[in-house]
Write a protein that binds this ligand. Structure first.
Ligand SMILES: Cc1cc2nc3c(=O)[nH]c(=O)nc-3n(C[C@H](O)[C@H](O)[C@H](O)COP(=O)(O)OP(=O)(O)OC[C@H]3O[C@@H](n4cnc5c(N)ncnc54)[C@H](O)[C@@H]3O)c2cc1C
Length: 268
């Protein structure tokens, strides 16, 4: 086995271990500069940036692991399996590319082919060609609007592609963006694109967790309330309150557990 293979095996093994909090319990009734709620990609990036600026940061995570919606499971199939984010998007602008290459992760181009079924059979060559044309025509319209800086939804610019319209809508809207055409912006779409997508063999979630290995996180510590009524802010957890100058809420709108995030978000 080569040194690189050994390193990759080691990384895969490390990634398979449950994430260990460097700070297992939130300090009861403590003080800090900033409380960051949530240790997904946003909360981890914010925590890193704030610490880099010499601020005292307390990062709270409701779950017993970091990563949020970018998480690699190792149990379900016995191989790294991303339960959420999987495509490294943004081409060479994706900041994870550099750390992946530096730290021995395996990153490779994501296959760009889609399999289309019409009922129970695969599409014919002619149908594939028609679908491809309809999709390219639609993407060209969205790109043109985004490139011109138009902050309008695709619903306002996409052409009618006849019988392929619904399938193209599904593949660009709900499948890729999690939204219908009228739920996102051509400008955002244009600015978030650029370059071929990539996969990470060890998992995108594992890559994120590895890149955040030095960030202390209080796991299993949901923030229950955020009180902005006085000077600064007081964040409550089951193990005590934290007084801070500022609080950054990165909890997903999906919530954890149901009800709790909603009560936090209602303070925003
Ligand atoms: C199925 C799926 C596929 C995806 N595919 C891709 C992809 O291929 N490429 C890509 O770039 N993106 C993809 N995404 C999107 C990407 O995963 C998210 O945009 C990103 O992970 C969001 O990060 P976040 O930090 O904003 O939120 P989250 O990851 O949701 O993090 C929020 C964190 O806050 C915690 N939290 C919630 N409430 C509290 C509380 N009260 N106290 C403390 N902590 C709390 C949560 O437990 C969670 O860890 C996908 C998402 C999903 C769901």
């Amino acid at each position: 086995m080569t040194a690189v293979q050994t390193c990759r095996r080691l990384l895969a093994g490390l990634a398979a271990l449950p994430t260990v909090s460097l700070v297992p319990d939130a300090r009861a009734d403590s003080e800090t500069d900033v409380v960051v709620i949530g240790a997904g990609a946003a909360g981890l990036a914010a925590s890193r940036e704030l610490r880099r600026n010499q601020l005292r940061v307390t990062t709270l995570e409701a779950r017993n692991r970091i990563g949020g919606r970018a998480y690699t499971d190792h149990e379900i199939f016995g191989v790294p399996y991303d339960t959420g984010a999987h495509w490294l998007q943004g081409g060479n602008r994706n900041p994870f590319l550099r750390s992946a290459e530096r730290d021995g992760f395996t990153v490779y181009p994501a296959p760009d082919n889609e399999i289309v079924y019409i009922g129970k059979r695969e599409a014919t060559d002619a149908e594939y060609a028609a679908f491809d044309l309809a999709r390219r025509t639609t993407l060209a319209a969205i790109s043109a609007a985004g490139r011109r800086g138009r902050d309008v939804s695709p619903a306002e610019v996409v052409p009618d592609t006849g019988e392929w319209h619904d399938l193209v809508h599904f593949s660009i809207g709900p499948y890729e963006e999690g939204k219908d055409y009228d739920g996102f912006s051509c400008l955002d779409w244009w600015e978030s694109g650029g370059g071929a997508d990539r996969y990470c063999r060890e998992g995108y979630g594992a890559l994120l967790a590895h890149s955040a290995r030095d960030i202390p996180v209080h796991l299993s510590t949901p923030a229950t309330t955020v009180d902005w009524s006085g000077n600064g802010v007081v964040v409550s957890t089951e193990s005590g309150s934290i007084r801070a100058h500022a609080c950054l809420v990165t909890a997903s709108t999906g919530g954890w557990p149901p009800g709790r995030s909603a009560s936090i978000l209602s303070y925003l």
